[in-house]
Ligand binder design. Structure first.
Ligand code: SF4
Length: 459
């Protein structure tokens, strides 16, 4: 862990009552520094030694690296834990599609379109791939440069440039420097030539070596030159080596606080597997096993979507259930004759139920109870979805005044709360048992909505 408040306080000048940092004591300033709530430069009395020590001690265990600019930029790294049950992972693995300069123009365009257009709405979020990796493979320098020009004209996406010819790599970088591309590879052979160029015009780089240990002198050299937007490639030759290397790097960076490996990583499932489903499976392993970026040879909606959902799950705070606000939602344009459905506030439940109501083409009120982010059946078993909870929501909202009928629909799997719900609502409402699964709503709801409307009109 970075320095604690007490450790920081020992390095501060301890001037009593100076307050120039905006805090009443050095100790208060130290505590705020430890929590990231202020910055070191607020204290003008630090000795150069203490400042250097504090800068080192407060630096994140893993660097944040930004590829690209603007709304589409990709941020990776800055992770604080090895295992996701310890604390949330912060920056989801970037998913890249590889485009070789050997590929035909139509294929290039198709791949760029995939990154831009294959987007999925999932529990209210938009899931998509992140960047394109352009590879010099043809041996024809002009072809690679033309590819870079073509792709930047097609889309404002983060770029990774892959080119073993360092001069050509930097020539290509010159074409798209304003996009802050990720340059690959920086190696033992070209590092001395590359350092002045990166210092002159900074951009993130991938350092590649034949093994984890061989990365260390390279990152140390870059650090001396104050180049720290670095991504690591330990040059793993197969899947098993790659899992070992990724695990070693993450543990060294976080557990051992070994700053020379405190950088995000890139993994190439496109080179480790044979494409298709095998490549997708390998990619899924490295979303779990610590990759900052994974590069795929290609994808379609069927291989990309599971990876995106897996990534969402891995990078979601495991300590906080995904929940939506407890309230009455409008699905479509409900009116006073529209059905009222009740469910719990697990985000997945909410989005599944509201989507299926929308699919039924019936506008409805969806009353979502406070159930601590649990699905209806789990919430019922935990005593968090029952008649009292539903009655509480009805009292807190205007739902009773919003409709001219007194029928509410409870989830089929929670049919046993029918009686207690009606009792909790003073027997003013009839609790109707709906379908067991959200998927049954489109077939069931139109008929029920008709009954409700006819019944309310007669009353
Ligand atoms: S400005 Fe520095 S010396 Fe003064 S109270 Fe703050 S931390 Fe202490």
């Amino acid at each position: 862990m970075p320095l604690s408040g007490t450790q920081i306080a020992k390095l501060l000048p301890n001037k009593k009552g100076c307050r120039e940092c905006g805090f009443p004591t050095c100790f208060a300033f130290a505590m705020k520094l430890a929590s990231g709530g202020t910055t070191l430069d607020k204290c003008p009395y630090l000795t150069p030694e203490a400042k250097a020590q504090l800068e080192e001690g407060l630096a994140p265990l893993m660097k944040l690296v930004t590829v690209g600019t603007g709304v589409n930029k990709l941020e990776i790294g800055d992770e604080e834990v090895v295992y996701r049950h310890e604390k949330t992972y912060k920056h989801p693995t970037g998913i890249a599609i590889l485009i070789s300069d050997k590929e035909e123009e139509a294929k290039v365009e198709e791949k760029v379109r995939k990154v831009m257009e294959l987007q999925f709405t999932w529990i209210g979020l938009t899931l998509k791939a992140d960047l394109v990796a352009l590879q010099f493979e043809s041996g024809d320098r002009s072809r690679f440069l033309a590819l870079v020009k073509k792709v930047i004209a097609l889309a404002d996406l983060p770029l990774m440039l892959i080119c073993e010819d360092t001069d050509l790599l930097f020539e290509a970088y010159g074409i798209c420097a304003d996009r802050r591309p990720l340059l690959y590879p920086i190696t033992e052979k070209n590092i001395d030539a590359v350092i002045p160029k990166i210092k002159e015009r900074p951009t993130p780089i991938v350092v590649r070596a034949d093994g984890v240990a061989q990365l260390v002198p390279l990152t140390a050299k870059l650090k001396e030159e104050k180049i720290e937007e670095v991504v690591l490639d330990p040059g793993s030759k197969n899947i098993f080596d790659a899992i070992r290397d990724q695990t070693f790097i993450r543990r060294a960076a976080i557990k051992q606080e070994f700053r020379a490996l405190g950088y995000p990583t890139v993994v190439f499932p496109c080179f480790l597997a044979e494409g298709g489903i095998k490549e997708a499976v390998v990619a899924s392993a490295f979303i779990i096993k610590f990759a900052g970026i994974i590069v795929l040879s290609d994808f379609d909606r069927f291989s990309l979507f599971p990876l995106l959902v897996e990534r969402l799950n891995i990078y979601t705070d495991p300590r906080i259930p995904m929940a939506v606000e407890a309230k009455v939602y409008e699905v479509g344009t409900p009116d006073e004759y529209s059905p009222v459905l009740v469910t719990s506030n697990w985000a997945l439940t909410y989005f599944l139920v509201s989507t299926q109501i929308a699919n039924s083409k019936v506008s409805a009120w969806l009353a979502v109870t406070e159930s601590e982010g649990l699905g209806p059946l789990t919430a019922w078993a935990a005593g968090k979805f029952n008649g009292d909870v539903i009655a509480k929501l009805f009292k807190q909202t205007e739902i009773a005044n919003m409709v001219k009928h007194k029928k509410l629909v409870i989830p089929g799997k929670c049919a046993r709360i029918k009686g207690e719900t009606e009792e909790a609502l003073g027997f003013e409402w009839e609790a109707v048992v709906g379908p067991n699964e959200a998927g049954g709503i489109p077939a069931w709801l139109p008929g029920f909505a008709k009954q409700v409307k006819e019944g309310a009109a007669k009353a």
